[in-house]
Design a protein around this ligand. Structure first.
Ligand code: FES
Length: 97
């Protein structure tokens, strides 16, 4: 699966860079240029770094320092209300004459 579309960098390439010692998105970019164009992949790279035990991103470090809960634990979807009322029909049903 591609992580960086601008430079055609795959998740495996990023994981190999992490295994080789990369600890920041910048260090990964030095090897494969991932994250150096539009930047939309940097958050995914940061997530891969976190998943593989590398140094967490500054936001995660700040959250840990402040004692805030893990943001991923809070991201769980809220349960859907079981007995939500049915929406009223916008068009009256046709009746047989
Ligand atoms: S998708 Fe990685 S720099 Fe654009």
């Amino acid at each position: 699966m591609y992580v960086c579309m601008c430079h055609a960098v795959t998740e495996d390439q990023v994981k190999k860079a992490i295994d080789a010692g990369a600890e920041t998105p910048r260090q990964i970019a030095r090897g494969c240029k991932a994250g150096t164009d539009c930047g939309s992949c940097v958050r995914r790279i940061q997530a891969l770094l976190g998943e593989h035990g590398a140094r967490p991103c500054p936001t995660a470090r700040l959250a840990a320092k402040l004692g805030l809960a893990d943001p991923q634990a809070q991201a769980a979807p809220a349960p859907v209300a079981a007995a939500a009322p049915a929406a009223p029909a916008l068009v009256a049903p046709l009746r047989a004459a």
